[in-house]
Ligand binder design. Sequence first.
Ligand code: MRU
Length: 355
Amino acid sequence: MFEQPTPTLHRDGDALLILDQTALPFHTRTLRLATLAEAVHAIRAMQVRGAPLIGATAAHGIALALLRESGDAALDRALQMLGATRPTAVNLHWALARMDKALRPLPPAARVNAAWAEAEAIRVDDAATCDAIGRHGLALIEAVAARRPGPVRLMTHCNAGWLATCGAGTALAPVYAAQAAGIAVEVFVSETRPRNQGLLTAWELAAAGVPHVLIADNAAGLLLMRGEVDMVITGADRIAANGDTANKVGTWLKALAAQAAGVPFYIAAPHSTLDFACPDGPSIPIEDRGAEEICMLRGIDAAGAIAELRQAPPGTRTANPAFDVTPATLITGIITERGVVEPAALAGRYPEAAR
Ligand code: MRU
């Protein structure tokens, strides 16, 4: 089982400790969340991020809320507030529905302990799921390694590594599995403007000793066309019933370029990312995160302090959709904990959820 170098989240008595991802890759800082409001803020401000981790944090946020009041009204309020934090990652709603189902039938006095237990079960389940995704993705990497010498060259987008989950990650789980199996890999990591989650991926891979190359988002097409990439693997925030997949904005462009270049394009995702109630990509809600992220550059100054610089001229109009949708037709396969599945075969692999 993959062990996170620093837990992305764990319970500490009546509080939740999280690794603050707004301080990374510059500083490793732990934050203590003790209230529902703090959990809501952590998700919205992206102190925690990545679809599976958002879900697990929300589950723990329910436990924090019920510490103060555990009647139906308090439960409803917590579900509503956490559910309104970020719209695209369906793992959030999956986790909240699971908490509601476990807690609602219980008398209020029994709900706090049950909430901590269910949130912990979600955390443990996510870690095991990531490991299984890693094993299935490893087979794809092994197949390339068997065909020719040299490192297997992967490309990813955003961060779908251990930082985004309670375990090894989704898109990076096969990378870590390959490393553990002694297969040489090299990962092209796109910056992922405007939030630069690619820097989180570079930070993770550097710490793990995995060779990687940071690229500007717009360089991906050229590298794919030149034949410098064996496969693309990204994570997902919501997979609709027809296999259309929402992930960090820019994913679709990589899928288009991969198809044009004849490079396989994989999505790695757990069961909690599947949304069979959502028929197709156009039905997936896309988060808009506002002008500030586009107008600002974030970095570290000579004294080690995180600093922001304005880059856009004052008054510039912006659009900042945080996700896009890759149509199922561009996806070679979805690496799930139940194996690598063609988008059209998803419902068959998850019959209990597709019902
Ligand atoms: O806005 P973010 O950083 O939460 O977006 C993250 C992504 O798009 C990831 O690729 C996705 O959540 C999968 S994480 C295993």
